[in-house]
Design a protein around this ligand. Structure first.
Ligand code: AHM
Ligand code: MG
Length: 337
């Protein structure tokens, strides 16, 4: 049997009673997926396409922009602004929101994305990805100018979330709130074909993903959790766990969705409010995917999807994956921090 395509999957979801996928959302997801194909094409050309290296510019967060950060951002803007399904969009690479130009019709959705997640891996041919999140614009936004405040919704309000991963295979992993599905890009025909789903996070896989170089910034609870498993503390768990860290959240989350384990990028305990990952276009969409696959996603203590959004580029600590491991982190954090 031929695997279902993304298009067919979405149309069938649209036909469900009380569908989570109205036609406009389907068009939006297909547009993002199409842009990801073009991004995949650019990435795969590498030096031959003159897309590697840095631009010398910085984004709003003071990070040096890679050529591909900007190429992918522009591709997503160009693909999404004319279709009539969006009210506005926002990205890691744009200081403020991108409103739909007056010459195009406006739709009812808000799109947020990280065009290239794991940028530091681009030039060394390791996996990178595109992460996206979709909200509905608040009631009444269609009759006025969309503002940044319209994007400051809780993650639990997301109507869709997903990522494309540009690895040995190019894949799209998607949820519209009805489970998590994986599609592999069939390059010969240009179609996304379903290759797995609904995904369920395996329990009990002793694999931890964390950047050990940030140890001095961890809270005592996080340090204890790691030390007991992969550190130098003797105890029943010593030697039982393995560690993986790719430097691409997309790749680490993909591994967790496929075979379990836990991912941690905690906030900086020494500097209140400081963290690495962004809430609206990194933590929220990954949290929705992880929860939809039976996992848990917290900032160490509280559910990410309940975190109040106060800024477009707000950062947050992230602990996600196997719900039992996430619960252990929470327990230690509550007891020790
Ligand atoms: P980016 O979107 O600018 O690439 O940053 C996010 C990435 C995540 O993919 C990854 O988990 C993390 O940053 C790696 O950070 P570090 O270099 O501190 O290990
Ligand atoms: Mg990122």
């Amino acid at each position: 049997m031929k695997p279902t395509t993304l298009t067919r999957f979405l149309i069938e979801q649209q036909r469900e009673p009380n569908s989570a996928c109205p036609a406009e959302l389907r068009l939006l997801i297909e547009t993002v997926a199409r842009a990801c194909k073009v991004i995949a094409q650019a990435i795969s050309k590498g030096a031959l396409g003159d897309v590697l290296g840095s631009l010398g510019s910085e984004n709003v967060q003071g990070e040096v922009q890679k050529k591909l950060d900007v190429i992918a951002n522009d591709l997503l803007v160009d693909a999404n602004e004319w279709g009539g399904h969006l009210a506005a969009m926002a990205s890691e690479e744009m200081e403020t929101i991108h409103r739909i130009p007056g010459r195009y019709p406006k739709g009812e959705y808000l799109l947020l994305y990280d065009p290239i997640d794991g940028s530091s891996n681009i030039d060394v041919d390791l996996s990178v990805g595109t992460i996206f999140s979709v909200f509905k614009a608040p009631e009444g936004a269609s009759g006025r100018e969309v503002t940044e405040a319209d994007f400051l919704q809780k993650g639990s309000e997301q109507v869709a979330a997903g990522y494309a991963i540009y690895g040995p295979q190019t894949m799209l992993v998607l949820t519209i709130g009805t489970g998590v599905y994986e599609f592999t890009l069939d390059r010969e025909v240009g179609a996304w074909r379903m290759t797995d789903g609904p995904l369920r996070i395996a329990s009990g896989n002793p694999e931890v993903a964390i950047n050990m170089a940030r140890r001095s910034q961890w809270s005592p609870g996080i340090a204890r959790y790691i030390d007991e498993r992969v550190g130098c503390v003797d105890g029943p768990l010593a030697g039982q766990y393995n560690m993986r860290w790719t430097g691409s959240m997309v790749a680490d989350v993909h591994r967790i969705l496929k075979r379990g384990g836990v991912f941690l990028y905690p906030s900086d305990h020494t500097k209140p409010g400081k963290a690495r990952l962004r809430l609206l276009y990194e933590a929220n969409p990954m949290a929705m995917l992880i929860e939809q696959a039976g996992g848990a996603a917290t900032d160490g203590r509280e559910r990410i999807l309940d975190v109040e959004a106060i800024g477009l580029h707000q950062r947050v600590g992230v602990v996600l994956g196997d719900p039992e491991e996430v619960a252990k982190v929470r327990e230690l954090s509550l007891a020790m921090d």
